[in-house]
Design a protein around this ligand. Structure first.
Ligand SMILES: Nc1ncnc2c1ncn2[C@@H]1O[C@H](COP(=O)(O)OP(=O)(O)OP(=O)(O)O)[C@@H](O)[C@H]1O
Ligand SMILES: [Mg+2]
Length: 258
């Protein structure tokens, strides 16, 4: 195989590079302390799937939440869930997802070895955060841990607020101010605390497939899910598919060369 740098000089690759931004990023989500990782992973994936985009959810979480969810009725056909128990399985699964041109989302759970391995494979690393002091402390520890893994790469790393209380407490506001001081980006969209998100794990399905009786607050949950997926670049828009395929191939090459 030609060296990586040489492959980059071919005209096709140069042309395709200009559309790299249209690719679906591989997203890894996790924190050393439980903070809504599985809910975020499922919500983002559900929004992608609602635009008929294939999604691979890699369940590397300790509590197997996504695998349990997948065993319930109502899983959209666009979403596949693959269980991952060892760090050595992770790269192969991500590669499969990229080859299937799926949005790949890793629930990296709380184990530092998995968090690190997943961050190395990801384009975007999300660190969920609840507005409590202990959650913020864990998020900042995770941020430090993963900053080392992605140093010198273009990986986007951000905090994401999860299960945001509708009426914030003084402590939540103080924690929020503390997070704002960090140089690490905070995603402009978070997930509010909503019964609709919990309903998906209870009954199966997603906030795009359940009914209002089962999952109250669906409209708002759908809006939030779509806004977050759009911000992360994992919503399918007509015309972007070809660009996305080309850039997937490039990213696969890059990972192999790395
Ligand atoms: N936005 C939300 N609205 C309502 N409930 C939420 C929200 N986010 C998380 N939860 C609830 O908090 C609990 C933990 O969430 P989740 O499983 O997503 O977190 P986790 O970080 O993956 O945790 P674990 O390490 O236990 O797997 C669940 O009961 C979930 O339903
Ligand atoms: Mg979980």
């Amino acid at each position: 195989m030609r060296p990586f740098a040489a492959r980059f000089r071919t005209p096709q690759v140069r042309a395709a590079s200009s559309v790299h931004d249209a690719a679906f990023p591989v997203i890894s989500i996790g924190s050393v302390k439980s903070a809504g990782t599985s809910t975020l992973a499922l919500t983002i994936g559900s929004a992608s799937a609602s635009t008929r985009t294939p999604v691979l959810l890699i369940d590397a979480g300790n509590t197997r939440d996504l695998s349990t969810w997948a065993s319930k009725p109502g899983k959209p056909t666009q979403i596949e869930v693959a269980r991952c128990d060892k760090t050595t399985q992770l790269a192969g699964l991500v590669r499969e997802g990229i080859e299937r041109r799926a949005v790949v989302i890793i629930d990296a759970g709380t184990r530092p070895d998995i968090l690190r391995a997943a961050a190395r494979l990801a384009d975007t690393v999300l660190i969920p955060l609840r507005f409590s002091p202990l959650s913020a402390f864990a998020a900042s520890l995770t941020d430090e841990l993963l900053a080392n893994e992605v140093r010198g790469t273009k990986t986007r790393r951000c905090f994401v607020a999860s299960a945001i209380a509708q009426i914030p407490s003084r402590i939540a506001r103080a924690v929020e101010a503390e997070v704002e001081r960090s140089t690490t980006e905070r995603l402009p969209i978070g997930l509010a605390q909503r019964a609709a998100y919990e309903a998906t794990f209870m009954f199966g399905g997603t906030v795009f497939t359940l009914g209002e009786n089962t999952a109250p607050g669906l409209d708002r949950a759908q809006e939030e899910a779509k806004a977050m997926a759009a911000e992360l670049g994992v919503l399918h828009s007509p015309g972007s598919m070809l660009a996305s395929r080309i850039s997937h191939t490039i990213r696969l090459d890059r990972r192999e060369a790395a």
